[in-house]
Each structure stands twice: as C-alpha cells, then as structure tokens.
Design a protein around this ligand. Sequence first.
Ligand code: ATP
Ligand SMILES: O=C(O)[C@@H](O)C(=O)CO
Length: 421
Amino acid sequence: MGCVADDYTGGTDAAASLRRAGLRTVLRFGRPEPGEPLPECDAVVIAVKTRNVPAAEAVAAALAVRDWLGPVAEAYFKYCSTFDSTDAGNIGPVADALLDATGRALAVVCPASPAHGRTVYRGHLFVEDRLLSDSSMRHHPLTPMTDSDLVRVLARQTPHPVGLLRLDTVRRGPAAVRARLETLAAQGVRHVVADATADEDLTAVAEAARGFALATGGAGLAGALGLAEATGSAAPVGAARTASKGPAGAARPSEVPEPPSTPGLVLAGSCSAATLAQVAAAREAFPSYRLDPASTSDPAELLARASTWRKAHPGGPAMVYASAPAAERGASRLGPDTAAILERTLAALAVEAVAAGTRRLVVAGGETSGAVVEALGVRAVEVGAEADRGVPWCVTADGLALLLKSGNFGAPDLLVRSAAA
Ligand SMILES: Nc1ncnc2c1ncn2[C@@H]1O[C@H](COP(=O)(O)OP(=O)(O)OP(=O)(O)O)[C@@H](O)[C@H]1O
Ligand SMILES: O=C(O)[C@@H](O)C(=O)CO
C-alpha cells in the first residue's frame, strides 16, 4: 500500500495508523527521485508539503509519487481530518489527477477520524460536538474552514460531480456501500463524500472501496484500508493483530526506536487550539521564547534574537514558539509573508540546534514541521511509538528523534512530556 500525504504531520499520522494496523511502514519526506528503489515494507507513506501550494504543483507532486509507487495494491491520498484546503485547491485537483492515473471508478472522500473527534454525518464535518465551521479551524491562519458541508466544499475544487454516501447505507455494511458506489459511478459521480462517525463505518467504507474506488481521507480510513489489505478483509480499526507475522510474511513492525535520553527543543508554529493549550503548559514548565512578528520588520533580526536566546538555553528542555491566538496575530510587521518567515525562522533554529548537539526535536504544526524537516535534509524516518494518538516518534538513521505534532493533536501536556528526557 502506498500513501501520499499532503503535509508532514499528516504523513506521521497516517504512518502511525498503518503501523497500528500491523503494517511495516516507512515514512519518506518529499518527492522521491525517479528510479529510487521502493523501501522493503508493507506500506510506504510519502509526505509532501503541498497543502498550501498552487493546485498544479500539488498535482505534479502527487503524480510523481504515484509513478514512483508503481503497481501498489492500493494508493491512498491522505489530507487533513479537518479537510484543510481553500477553494483554489488542492484536495479536488489531486484526487482528480490520481483518479486519472489509477483508473479507479471514483474517489471516496472521508476525512473522519473518530479517535480524534472528527466525524462526518450527511456530508457535514464535525470536530467533536461542533461543526467544522464553528470550530477553531474557522480561524486557521492558512486554510480557514468556514463551510462544514464537504460536498459543497469539494464541489468548489473540482469540475466533476460530487455525491454523498449516507450513514444509513454505510451501516448496512460493505456490500451495500459497494452497490451504492457502483450506482453513483454509473451516474457519472466522481467523488463521494462518505459519512462515518465510528471506526466500524471506516471499516465498511474501506472494504467496499478496496480494488474499486480511490480511497482518500484522514488517517482513520488509511488505517482501515491498511488493515483490510493486511488481513484480506477488514476488521475493526485499531484491533490488535495477534499473529506473530504481518502480511505476506513480513515481520511485525519493528519496536520503537527510543528517543535519546537528552532533553529536547520545542519549536511551535501551529496556532491551533490544542497547540495553544500545549504551549501554555510548556511555558509553565520550562524556559520559552516567543517569536513575535510584531517585534521587528526584519526577518534576519527576528532569527538573530531567537538564536541568541536559544544559545543561552543549550541544555533544554526549552521552547521557541510563534503560536498565537487569532486576536494576537494581526499586528505583524513582517508583511504578507509572515507565516512563511516564521516557518523559516523556526526551521533555521532547528538546524542550529541540531548542529549544536540537540538530538530530540518536538515540532508543532504541519507546515512548520515541513519547513523543519526540509531544512534538516531529513528524507526518511523509522516510525516508532506514539507519544499521543497520531503523534509518533520518528527517528532518523543517525538517531535524531523528531516528534512532528499535528496542530490539533495531543493532550495539553504533550509538549512538556515529549521535551523532557
Ligand atoms: N503569530 C503568527 N502570526 C501569523 N502566522 C503565524 C503565527 N504563528 C504561526 N504562524 C503560521 O501559522 C501557520 C501554522 O500552520 P501549521 O501547519 O504549522 O500548523 P497547523 O495548521 O496548526 O498544523 P497542522 O497542519 O498539523 O494541522 C504556519 O505557517 C506558521 O508560520
Ligand atoms: O488529519 C489530521 O488531522 C492530521 O494528520 C493532519 O493532517 C494535520 O496536518
């Protein structure tokens, strides 16, 4: 199974889910070079930083990954469980391109991740007990989500018809789901938003989609599809595998490469609600420095000041954060590129810290993680145990431990726990 993820934390989330399903999983960052061999594994996740790039660029990256994957049994497209995107891209165009490339009848669209409180009902995406548009995603700095109706949202991103697979059909099981998908495909529908409010719903959708539809969505459906691939038929997502061997005789996923027992540096760029609470907890627990875009109009000076602070706190744990609630983000003096400048600044701090000996980095936010991983030149990692659901430790071949945290994931003490040795 091959999975293309549209950001780096999304990649770690999907990889954790596939690993949990019992698949030996490798996570790669960035577009693979043509001719580069596929890693020996049951599932490979390729994370590309395309969530916020122009649609044509995202399509090119996804197609390059698809070509590289070759004849995998299933190709999965992972995007955010909160459907992070704008009307100008990228989920619709990438799904359309992957449909053309795979020849599948239609795409199933299901960001639901019940374990994280993301559910889809009648095509509407909920975050816990609120509609997406009433959740904190309304104020996301890059992809504010103000419409919860995914059929409507996706219809603005693709010229093709978008349909709905209702929960009552999903609850009738995989055969009923498959029949409905076939009917919709025959009617010319090319994307089907699937309701799912529980892991068992994802299992039914995954089983019905296998071999027929292109599956797209969050880590929940990726894990369900992974389990269906692993066992030949779907079983409840998250169910423990009992056999000592994985699929096709593969060994069980290797045990966790443990993060090194030295305190870490936290770099937080996410402004999501969960991150803001985690940053507040970390500020209480150890020294921290706020990267304040209102403090200067000069990116070099922003970095120089933060760098001086970091060098004065070499032992860790320590945190540099840009994260701020919407009400505090208006006063930037860095201009329209504020978000990218903050990402680059945090990435430069990561490079400095690693050069100075830091072996444990905790990064909050998908775009921020992408910038950090790219600046460090990390291309592939082994995926270890999860610090919290969907947030696995990733360890490079030379022993650098990275915790790349999706903005809205993790308990309030996640940064405190994971930065400590
Ligand atoms: N104070 C700030 N003002 C403006 N933009 C900011 C500020 N702090 C952070 N940002 C930008 O907000 C963006 C946050 O996106 P990022 O993907 O890192 O987090 P996220 O969306 O919460 O995480 P995920 O994608 O994992 O859900 C980054 O581009 C970051 O540079
Ligand atoms: O699906 C999610 O919510 C995360 O994996 C993610 O994509 C955050 O960027």
